[in-house]
Design a protein around this ligand. Structure first.
Ligand code: PSU
Ligand code: MN
Length: 302
């Protein structure tokens, strides 16, 4: 398969996989399109450091010059924050490879690549989902069908209320994706710990999450979500988050911004509208999710 020629696994990641040691995949869309500079590069480095501190190997995934890369060095992380980089979901991978482009992978694309190389745990901030108004626009993130078909455990802080959370929840139920709450029985809503929606099961330790993942896979299940509330001291006030998101979504609509550009636009607007508070919350929850993912990866490997 020609695609193999364009897949490169970093030696440290390959060594860990060969030895059965824990590996945590990290996505790159949040670096290139989700966070502003210079926070994005600092965060990319910080997430890798957190994985290492917890005894696992980080594997940040992206496409550089058309090559699928699993595990990035610092020069590659810098490229993702300084050069033009496409946002790549599943449908975009082949064109980026053939056209030798740089691309940052979404949750969907990262999950798929992680699975292909044998990585089972992946940390991110928030997943994409069913957008508000999806009845008209049909805007449903490719992250959802990927969770339905690819056996990777994804650790996130829930999804933003920019999305239609009840519909997102329904989609996951329909397609058999377990939604676990880490230390909570309520689905977190990214900037805040509360959505008013329940999770399918609560877990309180990495070992409990790992046991459910193992059993889900043994039963023929595919993706699963572990949702971790934003650390309480970093959470946004619910109303402030809701107001900022509503205003950003309305502005996107007025300006005709939709599709793949919607989430990056909304994230940037919410940051300005909250005076940077949303950015602090975003970074804090990313670091926290990544620590939980590394602990789960260790539990799965033992
Ligand atoms: N949510 C965030 N930050 C992000 C994303 C989501 O808080 O950076 C990114 C993730 O990479 C996710 C993608 O997979 O947006 C979903 O985009 P879309 O809705 O276009 O599928
Ligand atoms: Mn979309």
């Amino acid at each position: 398969m020609t695609q193999e020629a364009s897949l490169h696994i970093a030696p440290a990641v390959q060594a860990a996989l060969d030895a059965g040691r824990p590996v945590v995949a990290l996505e790159s869309t949040l670096i290139s399109h989700g966070l502003p500079a210079p926070t994005n590069l600092e965060t990319a480095r910080g997430l890798e450091a957190v994985v290492r501190e917890h005894g696992a190997t980080p594997a940040t995934i992206a496409i550089l010059h058309g090559q699928i890369r699993v595990g990035l060095d610092d020069a590659a992380l810098r490229t993702l924050t300084t050069e033009p980089v496409r946002k790549l979901s599943r449908r975009d991978l082949a064109a980026a490879v053939v056209q030798e482009a740089h691309g940052a992978t979404t949750v969907a694309a990262t999950m798929w690549i992680a699975h292909r190389v044998g990585i089972r745990v992946f940390a991110t901030g928030g997943i994409g989902g069913v957008h508000r108004g999806a009845g008209e626009t049909w805007d449903v993130s490719a992250d959802l069908p990927e969770l339905a078909q690819t056996p990777v455990l994804v650790v996130c802080a829930g999804a933003k209320s920019l999305l239609d959370l009840p519909k997102t929840r329904e989609y996951l139920e329909t397609w058999g994706v377990p939604v676990l709450g880490y230390g909570t029985a309520e689905l977190p809503a990214f900037y805040t710990p509360h959505s008013g929606l329940s999770v399918d099961a609560r877990v309180d330790t990495p070992a409990q999450a790992a046991a459910i993942a193992r059993t889900h896979w043994a039963l023929g299940g595919r993706g699963l979500l572990v949702t971790v509330p934003v650390p309480p001291d970093q959470a946004l006030a619910a109303q402030a988050a809701e107001d900022a998101l509503a205003q950003a979504v309305a502005e996107a609509e007025t300006q005709g911004i939709g599709g793949a550009r919607l989430t990056p636009f909304v994230l940037a607007r919410v940051k300005d509208l909250t005076g940077g508070e949303s950015l602090r919350a975003n970074v804090a929850l990313l670091l926290n999710n990544t620590a939980v993912a590394a602990q789960i990866a260790c539990a799965l490997a033992s």
